[in-house]
Design a protein around this ligand. Structure first.
Ligand code: GDP
Length: 139
């Protein structure tokens, strides 16, 4: 059964470029409530843990470098059908393929600096939320 929560990150590129407000507005206008939010800077090691599923990929080193290059905004978001609808809202991984009206179409610079993360399953949404937040930090 689908849960009503997902996990998102505003990535270092979008945070550094001042797009946090614009992205949060798009998220709110899509009907999501913010259940937890924090600005935090990942180390290379922590970025590697978060993206461990990609550790054998050729771009893993780049991914860790990009994700630890500056602060990120970690978010737990709530809405009906949260995970699937959020993937639609952020758009394709490669912004060249992202549809008009999506966050990545508007704010992503490249495949590696693609502005936002969104969980791809309910199970990962729960795991990723607990990577950043204790149960007391999620309202
Ligand atoms: P997502 O769920 O849409 O974020 O995509 P993935 O889980 O497949 O990949 C995680 C992140 O790794 C993406 O958001 C990209 O920033 C990055 N990434 C994915 N594929 C590539 C690639 O081929 N090259 C590089 N440099 N980065 C990639």
């Amino acid at each position: 059964m689908a849960t009503n929560r997902t996990f998102s990150m505003i990535k270092p590129d979008a945070f550094a470029d001042g797009h946090t407000g614009g992205i949060l507005t798009m998220i709110n206008e899509a009907g999501y409530k913010i259940k937890a939010i924090k600005v935090i800077k990942l180390t290379d090691e922590k970025a590697g843990q978060f993206y461990e599923v990609h550790k054998e990929r050729s771009f893993f080193g780049d991914l860790k470098r990009v994700m630890s290059a500056g602060p990120i905004v970690a978010l737990v978001l709530e809405k009906e059908n949260a995970v699937a609808d959020f993937r639609k809202l952020i758009g394709a991984t490669n912004p060249a393929n992202a549809e008009e009206g999506t966050i990545r179409k508007k704010y992503a610079k490249s495949l590696e600096s693609n502005a936002v993360h969104g969980s791809d399953s309910d199970e990962n949404a729960a795991l990723e939320s607990s990577f950043f937040f204790s149960q007391f930090e999620i309202v």
